[in-house]
Write a protein that binds this ligand. Sequence first.
Ligand code: ZN
Length: 347
Amino acid sequence: MEFSFEEHPHKRLNILTGDWILVSPHRTKRPWQGKVEDAAITERPRYDPQCYLCPGNKRSDGSTNPNYKAPFAFTNDFSSLLTDTPDGGLNVKGLLQAKSEKGICRVVCFSPRHDLTIPQMDIENIVEVIELWKKEFQELAKNEWIKYIQIFENKGDIMGCSNPHPHGQIWSQSSVPVEPEKETIQFKKYFEQNSRSILADYLIEEERSKERLVCENEHFIALVPFWAVWPYECIIISKKQVQYTHQFNVEETIALAEILKALTIKYDNLFDTSFPYSSGIHQAPVNDGDHLEWHWHMHFYPPLLRSATVKKFMVGYEMMANPQRDITAEQAAKKLRELPAVHYLSK
Ligand code: ZN
């Protein structure tokens, strides 16, 4: 009997973190039984007087949002990190260790419209969001003490998002957190050995096989990474190796808006629902030299597995040993690739 990726349990390496994941494709050999359930379609108003993110409304700290017409950013009223934290820490024989952490947390409203999400927004408006991400990132990086800036979005109440108004967050802080730190180590190791970006070389292999591609344009590729853990996990990788979003020119920024829209439309079309996910842009640390090894990319971690209501949990073996999946990256990519490019609500 010969080993087959489609049939036999195996481990795959996540080259970005150095972690392994377990794939058990034999468990999906039975025919696909997940039915597409109709999720309750809740019509959201364009403006919600109760929403603290809508233009002109009062926020919890007593301030009032301006009547913004384009994407709008402000410092989180409930920031997880603060600028005025004094230096401090603890180290008891290396056994009890702690360090103070400073930071600035910002909220980015994608649109004044309460009822839109990225897949429903116009390209020009998504470009405005990206331009605001660039501006916020560069402003935060002017603080010498900030070493890392994480731009992310939690979409959907299943992901713990407390407000359906389209928005994301930017957390900047005085040290490099765990995931980007792991990636920095992996990027560096490969760059030192090959003088190349590990993701640039990985893209060559993905372009060759095309098995895991979901959509692409002249400047970006969206694919299900070989080492995906979440059922329809995707990564957007820039074809040009840059370290930061603000290094993308006008044309590349439009292409990024286009691939963001294309991928999230496919996500919504998968189960005819506003598809929940956590997404985040991984960029090089800041105020820490050149980082020529780093390569810009954006992760999408969606939890839905079989329908608009059935999600994957990371439990049991995944908490005790390591992440595991049934549906292979290739099967997930094929399903996403074959979905229509037009949003189900605009048909
Ligand atoms: Zn990453």
